[in-house]
Design a binder for this molecule. Structure first.
Ligand code: NAD
Length: 269
C-alpha cells in the first residue's frame, strides 16, 4: 500500500519547481493529481509525464472565478472528490522580486500584487476546496509560506508579509475545520536550490551557505517529501503546524557562521 493510494490532490503552482517535483512524488505515492497553474503549457508538460494520473488545469490565483473554476474542474475530472490541496503559488520571478524593496520605497501596486497572489490566491484555493473536503469527510491542506514570514530581511517586504498572512490564514483554517476532518499545515522553505535560479545569484548563494546547518542546500524533492508527510494519513494528528524545510537556517544563533570562522583560525569558540 502506497502512502497516498486512492487520494485525489490539487497542486497549485504545479508547473513550478517545487510543485512539479511534488506532482511526481504524489503520483509515485498513488495519488491522482491536478496540476494547476497560470503557465498552462508548462502545466501540460508536467501532467503529460504521468498519463491518466495527472491532468493540467488553468488557474489564475489573482482571479477568484478562475480559482473556483479550476478547483471545480479538477474535482469533476477525477470524479472522486478531493483529499489534498497543496498550494505552492507565489510571485517568485526575479523581475518581481527586484521591485519588492523596503517599506518606504516599495510601489503600492507591488505590495498589492504580492498580497493578491501570494496570500489571497491561496486563501481562495482553500475557500473553494474546503466544501469538497467536508463532503468527503476530511482532507489535508498544505500551504507554502517562506522563511521571510518568520524573520525580517533587507528587501522583499511585500513577499515576506504576504507569506506571514499564509501562516495566520492556515492556522485559522485548522481551527475552523478541524472537526470536519480537515487538517491545514504550513511549509516554510528556506533556500531550495534550482540550477537555473541560482546561477545569477552565485555570490549570494555562497554567503547563504554559511548560514545553513546541513551539508547541502534543499532541493525540490525535499519539499515534496515533507508535503507527502502532511498529505498522508500518517500525519492525521498533526494540524496547524509550521515546519521549516531550510537546513536549520532559522534555528541557530546568528553568530554561528562567524564563530565557525574564528574556531577555524584557532580562537576558542
Ligand atoms: N525555491 C525557494 O527557494 C523558495 C524559498 C522560500 C519559499 N518558496 C516558496 O515555495 C513556493 C514554490 O516555489 P518554487 O521555487 O517552486 O517557485 P516557482 O516560481 O518555480 O513556482 C511557482 C509557480 O506559481 C505559478 N504562479 C505564479 N503566479 C501565479 C498566478 N497568478 N496564478 C497561478 N499560478 C501562478 C508560477 O507559474 C509557478 O509555476 C512558492 O510559494 C515560494 O514562495 C520557495
Amino acid at each position: 500500500m502506497k502512502r497516498l493510494d486512492g487520494k485525489v490532490a490539487i497542486i497549485t503552482g504545479g508547473a513550478g519547481a517545487i510543485g512539479s517535483a511534488t506532482v511526481e512524488r504524489f503520483v509515485a505515492e498513488g495519488a491522482r493529481v491536478a496540476v494547476a497553474d497560470n503557465r498552462i503549457e508548462l502545466a501540460r508538460d508536467v501532467a503529460s509525464r504521468f498519463g491518466d494520473k495527472a491532468f493540467a488545469v488553468h488557474l489564475d490565483a489573482a482571479d477568484a472565478d478562475s480559482v473556483k473554476q479550476a478547483i471545480d474542474v479538477s474535482v469533476a475530472h477525477f470524479d472522486d472528490g478531493l483529499d489534498i490541496l497543496f498550494n505552492t503559488i507565489a510571485l517568485t520571478t526575479s523581475e518581481f522580486m527586484r521591485k519588492d524593496t523596503t517599506a518606504v520605497d516599495v510601489p503600492l501596486e507591488v505590495w498589492d500584487q504580492a498580497m493578491r497572489v501570494n496570500a489571497t490566491g491561496l486563501f481562495l484555493a482553500c475557500r473553494f476546496a474546503i466544501p469538497y473536503m467536508i463532503a468527503r469527510g476530511g482532507g489535508s491542506i498544505i500551504n507554502t509560506s517562506a522563511g521571510s514570514a518568520l524573520a525580517g530581511d533587507l528587501t522583499r517586504i511585500a513577499y515576506g508579509s504576504s507569506k506571514a498572512a499564509v501562516i495566520a490564514m492556515s492556522e485559522h483554517i485548522a481551527v475552523q475545520y478541524g472537526r470536519d476532518g480537515i487538517r491545514c499545515n504550513i511549509i516554510c522553505p528556506g533556500v531550495i536550490f534550482t540550477e537555473e535560479r541560482s546561477k545569477p545569484i552565485a555570490d549570494l548563494i555562497e554567503t547563504m551557505k554559511e548560514h545553513i546547518l546541513t551539508p547541502r542546500f534543499g532541493r525540490p524533492p525535499d519539499m515534496a517529501a515533507l508535503a507527502t508527510y502532511f498529505a498522508a494519513d500518517e500525519s492525521a494528528y498533526v494540524t496547524g503546524q509550521t515546519i521549516c524545510c531550510d537546513g536549520g537556517q532559522l534555528i541557530h544563533q546568528p553568530h554561528v557562521a562567524d564563530t565557525r570562522k574564528l574556531i577555524a583560525r584557532g580562537v576558542p569558540g
